[in-house]
Design a protein around this ligand. Structure first.
Ligand SMILES: Nc1ncnc2c1ncn2[C@@H]1O[C@H](COP(=O)(O)OP(=O)(O)OP(=O)(O)O)[C@@H](O)[C@H]1O
Length: 340
């Protein structure tokens, strides 16, 4: 659906050149929610603005729905851009126009009749839950309501792609969740392809199917959210996932106390995904092998609709039986990483 091929983007200010994207490649499938996560300055905004050519790359190609946007003339590009909606961190609403007129704006530009506009805008107001606010001005709305107007406006031209530029970064956690839920609902209902950029793991974890990690203008790791999130390989990805299982000093002490223990032990990280999260695999297995365990740290949460759990445990017992335990856990589909 979207293919970014070898994109490079440099900004020059005076005699200083900043490389924001360097040979970046990315492909997004139709109907998926793809998240790009990265630290400040990594190139996220430049990347998302290159998808609709708000920012023109110095080299490389941008393909959306089989069309090479980078090869188009202005008029053709304008027509293709209508199929790409965008929402922004600071909403970018017209402050002097009502909610209704903000949503109607792209339709008026496209010379749609008043009658059609009325039907369309009323449908969109209902979709984003703002029917009662149609004649208010942006200043009279909360941040979450403003973003709902932004979403309705972006959907007015029936786009095939929705780009979200840090769309929840200015919102509190509760409002963030309600906007993410709305985006998920829109994605499912209209089979809309969504690309979002964020610096928050929570956003990726809540609604994305796949994720790319951007660092110094390139994608350093990408895959399904569970692949990238549960088995991070790149140090930057580890930075983002660290919060989930916190490698605190206390945990490190517990891991390193092996030599002081009167029995042999092994510290492991066990990852449960999907239905296995709620099965009693661990307790059943240790009952069979006779190994004891102490839980040092644990979390159970969800990746979009999929439950997952991660436990750091210290197995205690004969080393041979500990090995058997690990082997049995792996053969039942759990991920086991030996930590000491
Ligand atoms: N208009 C510009 N002129 C000069 N340099 C720019 C411009 N826009 C971005 N940059 C630089 O390009 C690099 C990437 O910026 P970009 O805004 O894409 O990163 P980001 O990941 O979105 O960061 P943030 O999360 O802080 O918005 C940074 O070094 C930034 O300073």
């Amino acid at each position: 659906m979207i293919e970014l091929k070898n994109l490079t983007k440099e900004y020059s200010a005076g005699n200083r050149i900043t490389t924001a994207l360097s040979g970046l490649n990315l492909s997004v499938d139709k109907g998926e929610i793809f998240g790009v996560i990265g630290h400040s300055g990594a190139g996220k905004s430049t990347l998302i603005r290159c998808i609709n050519l708000l920012e023109r790359p110095n080299s490389g190609e941008v393909w959306v729905n089989g069309v090479n946007l980078t090869s188009l003339r202005t008029k053709q590009l304008q027509a293709e851009r209508r199929k790409i909606g965008m929402i922004y961190q600071h909403f970018n609403l017209l402050s002097s126009a009502t909610v209704y007129e903000n949503i109607a704006f792209p339709l008026r530009l496209a010379h749609i009749s008043n009658q059609e506009i009325e039907i369309k805008v009323n449908d969109l107001l209902a979709l984003v839950g703002l029917e009662e606010h149609h004649d208010k001005y942006p200043a009279q709305l909360s941040g979450g309501q403003k973003q709902r107007v932004g979403i309705a406006r972006a959907l007015a031209s029936d786009p095939e792609v929705l780009l979200c530029d840090e769309a929840t970064s200015a919102l509190d956690p509760q409002t963030t969740d309600s906007i993410l839920k709305l985006l998920l609902d829109i994605n499912k209902r209209f089979h809309l392809t969504i690309v979002l950029i964020t610096h928050e793991m929570h956003v990726i974890q809540s609604i994305c199917d796949r994720v790319g990690v951007i660092h110094q203008g390139g994608i350093v790791e990408q895959g399904t959210v569970s692949e990238v999130f549960l088995k991070p390989r790149h140090p930057i990805t580890r930075d983002f996932t660290r919060g989930e299982l916190d490698h605190s000093d206390l945990l490190m002490q517990a891991i390193n106390m092996k030599s002081e223990l009167p029995f042999s032990s092994q510290v492991v990280k066990i990852t449960f995904l999907g239905g296995k999260t709620y099965e009693s695999i661990l307790s059943r297995t240790v009952r069979e092998t006779g190994v004891d365990f102490a839980i040092l740290q644990g979390t159970i949460s969800t990746l979009k609709d999929t439950p997952y759990g991660q436990l750091i445990v210290r197995f205690e017992g004969e080393s041979e039986y500990i090995s058997t335990t690990i082997h049995k856990l792996v053969s039942q589909g759990l991920e086991v990483e030996v930590l000491d």
